[in-house]
Design a protein around this ligand. Structure first.
Ligand code: EPZ
Length: 422
């Protein structure tokens, strides 16, 4: 087990390049199931992307991954199963369901358990795939799905614009017979990236990025060759780091206008974010931050994946910040740990009230989930003395070389072996 040791108080300075998007890579990696060969570039080297690749190899695909380039080739028979062990480590494995059903007419995928941030059911995924003709049974913790006559296009209205549900349905519809209309679809940029990768391979998709996506199924699609978009949540996390630690950095490979809600809120709080060119922005904080309220929403609202990092930055702001989490039911695990650093935060249901304090003091803290661990890094950079963050395997699921990138910006952060059994 490893921990991060951060000596806070160093303002950040320099340039950082954002890696490819985890949440765009995962569905595009699983879209490889739909075709004979896929070459995907700018795939971040993370625990989660490596889990996805292991899952494809376990199914019988040949996969080679080096220097952020992944090549997946179908070599022979495919085991249309995603077993518990792999799904347990990464819930997004449920995104194999749509492609397996569409390509092979059957799938046996372990039900993903809940996770630290909530129950995270997949009922909307299953309801949508049933609308395309899949016969789905839940047995012994597995989703057993068959589509003996293949999937047939249909109109599907999501009760909630689920990101994963939209991705699963989109990949299934690409090879379904006839037309599928997805209403109340999620509009996240990662879905647009998935659609672009499929369209490049010959899929007929319109409307991605809006709440209505239309797909005309084809018998097959060609090879996928695609470079994944930059990770907008990593970019937002670096803005939070500057907001907390101060200084001035330049972010390269900034993902265009996919972070407007986050940039607006940090500007409101007193951080300056200036566009220097295509995909290049400068981020600077010199004065004290002002307390700023956020409510997490589906895209293009403030993303839930930036809530914890924003909260960490607001702990030292002047005044009060009211933070409402509306997407997940239990996404305040980071509050208890931030309080250990001296933060003044009160939780009332899905709302956290942060009262800015003059200083945070380093302490030993525990990561509980991916974005909670990022928020502890943000706070540790601003805290006096030393902060030790245990269980950083949570963080390494979704951030590529974060400690190295921050060290290159002048932060005093080191990854060390943990002296504890965690
Ligand atoms: C994706 O999760 C992301 N993960 C999450 O990022 C992100 O927080 C989330 O979208 C929201 O933007 C990946 O892309 C791999 P949802 P997903 O389906 O697809 C409920 C990170 O930190 N729901 O939009 O699981 C669900 O419980 C991760 O990188 C149902 O009730 O999100 C939740 O409350 C964390 N039934 C809400 O909808 C369903 O069938 C949003 O879930 C599906 C979802």
């Amino acid at each position: 087990m490893h921990k991060f040791v951060i000596k806070g108080g160093q303002p950040l300075k320099g340039r950082v390049r954002i890696s490819g998007s985890k949440n765009a890579s995962l569905p595009i990696i699983f879209a490889s199931i739909l075709t004979e060969r896929a070459v995907i570039e700018n795939v971040p080297d993370l625990r989660d992307t490596r889990t996805a690749i292991s899952l494809l190899m376990d199914m019988g695909f040949d996969a080679r991954f080096s220097k952020n380039k992944l090549e997946v080739v179908r070599t022979g028979n495919v085991k249309t199963e995603a077993d518990y062990e792999l799904v347990r480590t990464m819930r997004a494995s449920v995104l194999t369901l749509g492609p397996l059903l569409a390509r092979f007419g059957k799938a046996r995928v372990s039900l993903p358990g809940g996770c630290a941030i909530g129950a995270r059911p997949v009922d909307l995924h299953l309801k949508a795939l049933s609308r395309l003709g899949a016969e789905i049974k839940i047995e012994h913790g597995y989703i057993n799905a068959v589509a003996p006559d293949g999937l047939k296009g249909a109109e599907v209205v999501f009760d909630f614009p689920t990101v994963g549900g939209t991705e699963n349905l989109l990949m299934a519809a690409v090879l379904a017979k006839g037309k599928t209309v997805i209403r109340n679809a999620a509009k996240e940029p990662e879905i647009v990236d998935l659609a672009r990768s499929l369209k490049k391979a010959g899929a007929c998709i319109e409307g991605e990025g809006t709440d209505t996506i239309e797909v005309v199924g084809t018998d097959s699609i060609g090879e996928i060759e695609y470079a994944v978009m930059p990770d907008r949540i990593e970019a937002g996390t670096f803005i939070a780091c500057v907001a907390a630690a101060g200084g001035e950095i330049v972010i390269e490979e900034f993902p265009g206008d996919t972070l407007e809600a986050v940039v607006d809120k940090f500007r409101e709080a007193g951080v300056s974010v200036e566009k220097l060119g295509d995909g290049v922005v400068s981020v600077k904080r010199d004065g004290r931050l002002r307390g700023t309220d956020i409510t997490t929403e589906v895209y293009p609202g403030f993303p839930t994946d930036m809530q914890a990092q924003f909260m960490a930055a607001m702990c030292l702001a002047e005044g009060v910040s009211v933070i409402r989490e509306t997407i997940f039911e239990n996404r305040f695990q980071h509050v208890l740990e931030l309080q250990r650093l001296g933060a003044d935060i009160k939780i009332d249901g899905n709302t956290a009230v942060v009262r800015g304090v003059d200083r945070l003091i380093g302490a030993k803290v525990m990561a509980t989930d991916l974005r909670a661990s990022a928020s502890l890094v943000v706070a540790g950079l601003a805290a006096e003395n030393t902060t030790e963050i245990y269980r950083i395997y949570h963080l390494e699921r979704g951030y590529e070389n974060l400690d190295r990138k921050l060290s290159e910006l002048g932060a005093e952060i080191k990854k060390e072996k943990s002296e504890k059994p965690y």
